[in-house]
Design a protein around this ligand. Structure first.
Ligand code: ADP
Ligand code: MG
Length: 464
């Protein structure tokens, strides 16, 4: 009989994730198989009501399916909580699997949230997250590929890969989305994980309340004993707040020592965080630090298309392209523009045409101001290198001028529709061969990599 179950278990192993298998199926305590007529019933013991309800709600089908595979016929599954046995005579032995089950027993938090059907979305919501911020909803492009992969690795194996994972990047680029996607994915895979999501300001406010109510024990307990995954958003806000940092330092250390996963977001690198103690900044660098950059134009179009589909906005490729060219560096703003365009079009019953989009963007002051011209490229490059536009247009040949000039020429050629002679004209009347030579040289720089290549890439991502 046990053999039937063990064979079924091996079958289940091929059907579910290994984590799931360990967490749920291997900890089911097999008691026996009974037969009544044509129906066979398999009996299990579990450690508590939560595991019983969870198994009944989610895994009966998987178990029956596996058993049918091993031994065709009608199967039923009966799950009882050890200690609440209905049939006396079965001896309760403390088997290793039971001990393991007790170890991985769902948390107090989960128990109090417990409803017969525990839904990860509800758990995510109760943990303060937005269940829509998932990996599925996140568009991956070259600007966020690496950080996305790191987040997925952490979600698949909490505390086993990068700990902490430190994500940094500008406003509206998807840090909060990715951070919560980690939390959502962890809960989806394993609803018993205790995920705590909060901004560093929330952390500080809770600390202040705890201090006021003289309940520091409760505060510490919440983090150190009732949390498996700590997700901290916008850590930059604890800069300069010494007692918050002190407490966070200890929280960080305890969790890290206990092998709990920590993920942190920030608007800049740990070492560039003002007013953050070195010892804390260095802790942040213990695991992996990954940056998220402004999305390229292709990614912006893909994000628009995804959002449009989700919201039922009829968006053509041309219109997506126009919006993506007008809003360059902030995904939140990109979404906002799409929502406004969609709402305007539907309110006025106007189709979302190219003309309509252009007109709306003009009214939002998002058109010409940001349109790419040779002059706007020159301006950007000058800002980057701290030189004057007049210098780029001059005939000066010193390296500090000639390098920015060649970069600007290359970008002008790459990012606008202007021809070599036209670009030459806008650089103080230079010959088209000068522009061609500059482009060739910059392509060479890009192919070998290095400081110049890096500057070009960073400027280019700001332009697209
Ligand atoms: P941040 O925390 O970096 O300021 P958010 O995570 O709040 O940015 O992102 C702003 C908005 O843009 C959110 O609605 C988010 O869903 C969306 N967003 C950002 N990046 C992406 C992406 N790559 N794919 C889909 N949506 C994105
Ligand atoms: Mg954010």
């Amino acid at each position: 009989m046990l053999e039937t179950w063990q064979t079924a278990l091996r079958h289940i192993e091929t059907q579910v994730s290994s984590q799931n298998h360990k967490q749920w199926f291997e900890t089911l305590e097999f008691e026996g198989i009974t037969r009544a007529g044509a129906v066979s019933t398999i009996h299990f013991y579990v450690v508590d009501d939560f595991v019983k309800a969870w198994t009944e709600d989610n895994y009966v089908e998987v178990i029956v399916h596996a058993l049918e595979h091993v031994q065709p016929g009608d199967w039923k599954v009966k799950v009882q909580v050890r200690g609440q046995e209905q049939s006396p005579g079965l001896v309760a032995l403390d088997t290793p699997s039971r001990a393991a089950a007790r170890e991985s027993r769902p948390s107090l938090v989960q128990e109090s949230l417990f409803t017969p059907r525990v839904d990860w979305k509800e758990l995510a919501f109760n943990a303060g997250m937005n269940p829509r911020y998932t990996f599925d909803e996140f568009v991956v492009g070259s600007s966020n590929q690496f950080v996305h992969a790191a987040c997925q690795a952490v979600a698949a194996n909490p505390a086993r890969t990068y700990n902490p994972l430190f994500i940094y990047g500008g406003v509206g680029l998807g840090k909060t989305h990715l951070l919560q996607a980690v939390g959502c994915e962890i809960l989806r895979r394993d609803p018993t994980q205790r995920v705590l999501y909060l901004s560093s300001e929330d952390f500080m406010n809770q600390l202040i309340t705890a201090l006021r109510q003289k309940d520091m024990n409760g505060f510490r307990q919440q983090f150190r004993n009732n949390c498996d995954i700590l997700l901290i958003d916008d850590i930059q806000f604890i800069g300069g707040k010494d007692s918050t940092q002190e407490e966070f330092f200890h929280t960080f250390n305890s969790l890290h020592q206990l092998g709990k996963q920590i993920v942190i977001t920030s608007d800049r690198l740990p070492r560039d965080l003002p007013g953050i103690e070195d010892r804390l900044a260095s802790r942040f660098g213990w695991g992996l630090t990954a940056d998220i950059q402004a999305p390229t134009v292709e990614t912006r179009v893909a994000i628009l298309e995804k959002k449009a589909e989700a919201d039922g906005v009829p968006l053509t490729k041309e219109v997506a392209m126009i919006i993506a060219s007008a809003v360059r560096s902030n995904v939140r703003e990109l979404e906002g523009v799409l929502v406004r365009l969609g709402a305007q079009a539907s309110l006025t019953r106007t189709p979302l045409t190219v003309e309509f989009a252009r007109e709306m963007l003009r009214r939002m002051n998002l058109d010409d101001a940001r349109a790419l011209t040779v002059d706007s490229i020159i301006k950007l490059v000058c800002q980057h290198f701290d030189v004057k536009p007049a210098d780029l247009k001059s005939t000066k040949r010193s390296r500090d001028i000639s390098i920015p000039r060649q970069i600007a020429m290359y970008l002008a050629r790459r990012c606008t529709d202007e021809s070599f002679p036209e670009i030459g004209k806008k650089f103080g009347g230079k010959d088209h061969t000068t522009v061609m030579a500059a482009c060739k040289r910059m392509e060479g720089e890009l192919s070998v990599g290095g400081d110049i290549a890096h500057a070009i890439q960073s400027l280019r991502s700001q332009l697209e």
